[in-house]
Structure formats: structure tokens, C-alpha cells
Write a protein of this length. Structure first.
Length: 465
């Protein structure tokens, strides 16, 4: 039997950040992780997906078929060494996970590699991964649940055979000739587009009437156009009715009542993620829930004293930066500091082509909350930097309160707009008004000039159109 002040179950972005912070505050901390430090994000999520997307883009840029590009660069037909690509991706992951392990060690966190099981709000039993599997019990004063999430399966299409989740799709040993992607959300778009750029024939099946259905049509339209340009077959308003996992056969049914039978080499199911909130003994604590998520207050407290929860198990948006921000708050609360998790905006980025960023309120949401609002868009077609990048698709849009011009939201679609997320979110957190952004000198030529121009347009004072 061991004892500690803080025991954190799960070493993803939520768990490892909380562990670093409590240990740095001088609090005895144990982190239990069954797989790899860094969790979904570093090992099977954010990082490998962005590496694959980058590699696919580089390959695609070379012309794929050896065509002369618009920029006058001629290349012979490139070929793809998937083994080398996976090795490089593994190297990026290895560097980051080793970095996290080093930080944990430096901070004095005791890391136990093993499967944890909650026995009660103060006791966790761990089956170590690296010994004879003899379980040990750890007693703690503060239990932090950070067990994250896993891919959700469709009942008629369980994972196995030709049906894979993002985890397998991130490390392909062979490129499928034909790939069905079920779900046109973050993962479906990011990985579906990457596979299309690497040379697979991709069919994207989305139940709703557009991809990224939680956002408005202006944001999804440029992505849908690019999907079609890449040769991706886009089946909207379509669901999988039946599936044959071994043969890769799907019976698809459209909202209009049509049905078709199709066969694919591989099927990627990306219809959302399921929080690990009712397993590993957590269910025995009978915590208050919000649907499948553990209910927490603004400091990450659950309904049981000194049991805390952070990250994907606590709700949407299931994003790494939200998990890390929650972890900071919980660690501060355990250290006795007054902090709340009460962000004005949590940015969301879909690394599709073009990229999409949303921070704060969409125009429709702002109208619902505030009635009359100002919105204005500035197209990248009028931005010098976008033209020099040969990527003039997309726009930046701002949403502000009409009465005092306070900025409520930003959205952008376009090249590398993920990097605008910080400026968008800072302006919202700092309660900036349109005049603050419009009056800030933005470097030329940069994509960020479109941010200033959108603010100017909203004020009726657009400069470049
Ligand atoms: P996780 O990262 O899931 O970590 C939970 C950890 O707990 C895991 O390591 C698991 O092994 C461990 N664990 C679970 N149960 C036990 C147990 N009983 N005992 C011991 N250990 C246990 N988010 C972004 O913000 N940006 C992106 O670009 C992005 N891209 C993504 C791409 C993909 C393909 C996927 C799948 C996800 C992506 N996400 C992205 C989401 C992001 O990965 C998650 O929001 C984030 O990892 C959540 O962090 P977490 O710590 O809550 O959970
Ligand atoms: P998602 O919620 O983003 O998208 C799921 C899509 O599947 C939706 O468009 C939905 O309408 C569709 N769908 C649901 N059931 C369907 C069905 N039966 N047939 C066809 N379509 C169906 O989920 P995801 O893409 O699996 O990603 C899971 C989560 O992982 C995200 O919500 C996000 O939290 C995280 N993630 C984030 C990033 C990022 O930040 N860039 C990238 C990848 C994943």
C-alpha cells in the first residue's frame, strides 16, 4: 500500500499537465498511465494526425502524377515510402512523449505504468504493466480522473476486419485503393483528405447535409469544394444502414430514401468519441453525470469531495487545449489557489484543406444571445500574402455586438488560418472592440491583415475592398 496527496488517473494532456502543476507546487503526486504519457493527443491523436496531414500535403504538392504545377515547377512522378513516413511520424511522437516524461521526472511526479482501477474516492488499485502484474493499492487525498476518450463505433459496423478507427488509420501499413470515411467531422475531413492526397480513392459519407455540420455553410462550403477538387466522392445526408466488416461492404441509405450497396478496401469510422467515464471503477463512485460526461464545477470538482475530473471525460469540446486549461485550474484548486475554468472562448481548429478556425460565437449564436449583431467577412482573394501562397480561397469573419462593437466571435477558412486562433481568442478574452483590432498595425504582407480588414469592414471602413 502506497500513499500520496494527489493521484491522477490517466496521463493525457489533462492528466500530465495536472501532475506537472501539482508536483511543481510541492504536492506529492502520483500519475497512473496504462499506455503512453501524452495520451491520445501525442500518441494517436493531434500529433500523428497533423504529421500525416503535412506529409500528404507535401506529397500532393509534388504533383502526384508528375504534372507541371501552376508555379512552373516540374517534378518527376514522386513515390511514397509509407515505412519511412511512419518512421518519421513515430520520431515526432517519440520526441514529444520523451519530453513529457522528462518534465514529469524533473517535477518529481511518480509515474506508475499500469492499469488503474478506482476502488473508492480515496483508493486506486494498479496492475503494473512491467512486472508480474501483482496489483498495488494507492491511497490518496485527492483523486483526479483524467481517463480521456476512445473512438465511438457504429452498432452495424464494429471495428475489426476492414473497419478501422482513427488509431489504425494514423499508421497505415498499406494505402487502400478505396477508402470509405464515415463521418464528415474533424477526423473524417482531416484523415479523409490526407488519404486522398496520398492517392486513395476516398468516399466521404456524412449523415447531415454538410460536412462540419455544427458550423455554418459559409465555413463548410470551401472545404466541400476542395474535397470535390481532390476527387473525393461526397455523400451527404447519407448513413450506413448495414455493413459487412470482413468484405468491406456497406449498404448506404440517403435521407431521400435511396439506397446503394458499395464495397471498399478499408472503412474508417469517425462518428465521434466516447468518454471513458463509466469504466475503470469510476462508475462505482456514482458521480453526478451530464449524459455520458462527468459533471464538474468551475474548479473541476465532481459531486464527490476531493474527487476531481478533467479533459474529455468532462464534456465538449473534447480538445487537448481545453483539457490542459482545465488541468491547470484543478491543480491550482488542489494547491489552495482561487482559480476558475471560465473561458470566454475555446478555439477550435479543423486541419482540413483549407483549414477552418472558430473562436467565440458564430453569427447565428451571437444573434440568439444578443439580437442585433455586426458581422463582416474579408476574403483571402483580396489579401496579398494569400495570393503569394497560391491559396486565395477562404475568408476571415468577425462577429461583434452592435451597441458597443465588442468582439464576440471570429471564424476563418483558408491557408494556415490555424495560426490566427491565438489572435482571435486573445481579442475575445481581452474584451477587445472592433476599433482595437482595426487600429492595430498588422504586418504586411501577412494573412493576419485579413483580420484587421474584417474589423474595418464591420465598422463600415474597409480599406482593400
Ligand atoms: P486522453 O488524451 O485520451 O488521455 C487519457 C489517458 O488516460 C490515456 O493515455 C489512457 O491510456 C489513460 N487511461 C485511461 N484509462 C486508464 C486507466 N484505467 N488506468 C491508467 N490509465 C488510463 N484535439 C485538439 O485540441 N487538437 C487536435 O488537432 C486534435 N486532433 C485529434 C486527432 C485525432 C485523430 C484524435 C483521436 C483526437 C484529436 N484531438 C485533438 C482530441 C485530443 O486528442 C483530446 O481532446 C485529448 O487528448 C484529451 O485529453 P485527455 O487527457 O482528456 O484524454
Ligand atoms: P465529430 O463529432 O467531429 O464528427 C462526427 C461526424 O460524423 C459528424 O459530422 C456527424 O454528423 C457524423 N455522423 C455521426 N453519425 C453518423 C452516421 N451514422 N453516419 C454518417 N455520419 C455520421 O467526430 P470525429 O471526427 O470522430 O472526432 C471526434 C472528436 O475528436 C472531435 O469531436 C474532437 O473533439 C476531436 N478531434 C479534434 C480535432 C481537432 O481539434 N483538429 C481533430 C480530430 C479529432
Amino acid at each position: 500500500m502506497q500513499s500520496t496527496n494527489v493521484l491522477i488517473l490517466g496521463g493525457g494532456p489533462a492528466g500530465y499537465v495536472a501532475a506537472l502543476r501539482t508536483a511543481q507546487a510541492g504536492i506529492a503526486t502520483v500519475l497512473v498511465e496504462s499506455s503512453q504519457a501524452g495520451g491520445t493527443c501525442l500518441n494517436i491523436g493531434c500529433i500523428p494526425s497533423k504529421a500525416l496531414i503535412h506529409a500528404a500535403e507535401e506529397f500532393h504538392k509534388l504533383g502526384g502524377s508528375g504534372a507541371v504545377s501552376r508555379l512552373g515547377i516540374r517534378v518527376d512522378a514522386p513515390s511514397l515510402d509509407l515505412g519511412r513516413l511512419n518512421e518519421w511520424k513515430g520520431g515526432v511522437i517519440g520526441r514529444l512523449t520523451a519530453g513529457v516524461q522528462a518534465l514529469l521526472k524533473q517535477a518529481g511526479v511518480k509515474v506508475i505504468h499500469g492499469e488503474g482501477r478506482v476502488l473508492d474516492g480515496k483508493t486506486v488499485e494498479v496492475v503494473p504493466a512491467d512486472s508480474d502484474g501483482k496489483p498495488t493499492r494507492i491511497v490518496c487525498q485527492n483523486l483526479v480522473l483524467a481517463t480521456g476518450s476512445e473512438p465511438a463505433a457504429l452498432p452495424m459496423l464494429p471495428f475489426g476486419g476492414r473497419v478501422v478507427s482513427s488509431t489504425e488509420a494514423l499508421f497505415p501499413d498499406k494505402l487502400p485503393n478505396s477508402l470509405a470515411v464515415v463521418g464528415g467531422g474533424y477526423i473524417g475531413l482531416e484523415l479523409g483528405m490526407a488519404y486522398a492526397k496520398l492517392g486513395s480513392r476516398v468516399t466521404l459519407i456524412e449523415a447531415q447535409g454538410s460536412v462540419l455540420p455544427n458550423w455554418d455553410a459559409a465555413l463548410s462550403r470551401p472545404v466541400e469544394k476542395r474535397l470535390r477538387d481532390l476527387g473525393v466522392e461526397l455523400l451527404l445526408d447519407t448513413r450506413v444502414h448495414e455493413g459487412d466488416v470482413e468484405q468491406g461492404r456497406l449498404r448506404l441509405a440517403s435521407a431521400q430514401g435511396d439506397s446503394q450497396d458499395r464495397q471498399f478496401d478499408r472503412i474508417l469510422v469517425a462518428v465521434g468519441r466516447r468518454p471513458r467515464s463509466r469504466e475503470a471503477g469510476i462508475e462505482s463512485l456514482m458521480l453526478d453525470m451530464d449524459g455520458p460526461f462527468i459533471r464538474v464545477d468551475e474548479q473541476g470538482r465532481t459531486s464527490m469531495r476531493q474527487v476531481w475530473a478533467i479533459g474529455d471525460i468532462t464534456g465538449e469540446p473534447m480538445l487537448a487545449h481545453r483539457a490542459m486549461a482545465q488541468a491547470e485550474v484543478v491543480a491550482a484548486a488542489i494547491a489552495g489557489q482561487r482559480r476558475r475554468f471560465d473561458p470566454s472562448a475555446i478555439p477550435a481548429v479543423c486541419y482540413a484543406d483549407p483549414e477552418v478556425v472558430v473562436s467565440g460565437l458564430l453569427p447565428e449564436e451571437a444573434r440568439t444571445h444578443y439580437g442585433d449583431v455586426l458581422t463582416a467577412s474579408f476574403p483571402f482573394a483580396n489579401n496579398g500574402r494569400a495570393l503569394t501562397l497560391d491559396a486565395a480561397e477562404g475568408f476571415v469573419r468577425v462577429v461583434a455586438r452592435r451597441e458597443d462593437h465588442r468582439i464576440l466571435g471570429w471564424q476563418a477558412v483558408g491557408p494556415n488560418v490555424s495560426e490566427l486562433a491565438a489572435a482571435f481568442t486573445q481579442s475575445i478574452e481581452m474584451c477587445a472592440r472592433l476599433e482595437d483590432v482595426a487600429g492595430t498595425i498588422h504586418a504586411h504582407p501577412t494573412l493576419s491583415e485579413a483580420v484587421q480588414e474584417a474589423a474595418l469592414r464591420a465598422l463600415g471602413a474597409g480599406l482593400h475592398g
